[in-house]
Design a protein around this ligand. Structure first.
Ligand code: PLP
Length: 435
């Protein structure tokens, strides 16, 4: 209970389809580093970072000071009708980092709008509204972004401005391609792509949009190299590839700066959001100039790339590079992944510990098979909170515990969080066996 019954007030005035975590929801009132404190004064180690968004952590002086410097100028907003120094500087950095040649950047306020913009330019460039999307994906909550989202729980409407055909994701555990080895899964996914193109489209498809690791979908990854194998087929038809890097970008996977780099391919368009603002509303799309310039009318975003959010974004990227947080994600992610895998060995309620760097999921199933166990997942999730650790939940069946801590996580914090996770998993699993 919050002291002034904030929960009742929330429920009275905010929509019920916007869910709250935990049987007893939490109000976070302060944060520092990787820790947050709730209204009751209880402090938690945060392994979810506001859904992978507080990428550097809480109350980081370099970011706070950059934003305060901009605030002190008196210009919080000017509109993109005027030159914005912070925006140009950030676009230069992102264009350089993107790996896309001759890149242009368009800033938005959210990942949803970034994907909308990517779909707008792809459909205009190709003069087609036929799109390929991937099962179990999540790309946002607007009609077009929802229309390419392959997850029933997040599909609130059948209205769709696009004509969408669905590909198998190449995931290991579920679906028609499950349990094939890595290279057979790539071959089968490519065969699926060819078949979908031949049977479900009218030719002239605009693009394929895909996440290198599915975030909301439960940190499900296709085999490394699948995007390159897909792209060979896409190139035969001139179809563009959009990599949705909203969760996988900025070094979170440890091994690479972008998720797409695990696939040995360069996308035509890349969308980003979440972590780059460290909590400030900042997102966008990067693409080859000839593709991004394919907008035949005026288009702008009132708040997209505003001076405050881009001041934060510049400070975030500088911090990220100065502290080599990609290497830190690889180091601390390995502590978590190795520790979790060792701890769950022999537990038949855990189907898989998966992910890369600081993007790790644990999938819970009924013992002896792959039937999802969302109830056990919720018990583990609540037990983590009781132990002082905030984690996330996800997956098509709500049976994946998700960890996406700030990339500044220290090795000691990784071990501290691991101990809480392992306790929570073991105690809930043994209660399940006893029941
Ligand atoms: C991969 C991916 N794309 C797009 C979005 C939508 O971003 P936003 O919530 O900022 O609109 C999300 C949000 O979780 C996401 O995970």
């Amino acid at each position: 209970m919050t002291s002034d019954d904030l929960l009742a007030r929330h429920r009275a005035v905010l929509p019920s389809w916007m869910p709250l975590y935990y049987a007893e929801p939490i109000e976070l009132v302060s944060g520092s580093g990787r820790r947050v404190t709730d209204a009751q004064g209880r402090t938690y180690l945060d392994f979810f970072g506001g859904v992978l968004t507080n990428m550097i952590g809480y109350d980081i002086p370099e970011i706070r000071e950059a934003v305060e410097r901009q605030l002190r100028t008196g210009i919080v907003h000017s509109s993109t009708l005027y030159l914005i120094r912070q925006q140009v500087e950030l676009a230069e950095k992102i264009a350089r980092l993107s790996g896309i040649p001759d890149a242009r950047v368009f800033f938005t306020n959210s990942g949803t709008e970034a994907n909308e913009a990517a779909l707008l330019v792809a459909t205009n460039h190709r003069r087609s509204h036929q799109i390929l999307a991937v099962r179990n994906s999540y790309h946002g909550r607007s009609y077009a972004a929802m229309g390419v989202t392959g997850n029933r729980s997040w599909t609130a409407s059948a209205l769709n401005p696009l004509q969408v055909a669905w590909l198998h994701s190449g995931e290991r555990l579920r679906g028609l391609l499950a349990r094939l080895d890595e290279s057979d899964r790539i071959d089968a996914a490519v065969e699926d792509l060819r078949e979908v193109l031949a049977t479900q489209t009218a030719g002239d498809v605009a693009c394929l949009i895909a996440e290198p690791i599915q975030g909301v979908g439960g940190f499900v990854a296709p085999p490394d190299g699948l995007f390159a194998a897909w792209k060979k087929v896409l190139d035969e038809h001139g179809i563009l590839l959009i990599s949705d890097e909203v969760q996988t970008g900025w070094g979170r996977t440890g091994e690479h700066f972008w998720g797409y780099q695990a696939h040995d391919v360069t996308p035509d368009l890349l969308t980003f959001a979440k972590g780059v603002g460290n909590g400030f509303a900042l997102a966008g799309v990067v693409g080859r100039a000839d593709v991004l310039e394919s907008v035949p009318a005026i288009s702008f975003s009132t708040f997209g790339g505003n001076p405050i959010s881009t001041a934060a974004g510049n400070a975030v990227l500088d911090y990220l590079r100065d502290h080599d947080l990609q290497a830190n994600a690889a180091r601390t992610g390995a502590i978590l992944a190795d520790g979790l895998r060792a701890a769950v060995a022999g537990l038949d309620c855990v189907a898989e510990v998966r992910g890369k760097g600081l993007m790790l999921g644990v999938e819970f199933v009924r013992p002896g098979g792959t039937e999802p166990d969302p109830a056990l997942t919720t018990r583990v999730f609540e037990a983590c909170r009781a132990g002082g650790l905030l984690a996330g939940k996800g997956g098509l069946h709500g049976n994946v515990l998700r960890m996406g801590p700030p990339l500044t996580l220290t090795e000691d914090e990784a071990r501290e969080g691991l101990a809480i996770l392992v306790d929570a998993i073991r105690s809930c699993a043994s209660a399940e066996v006893a029941a």
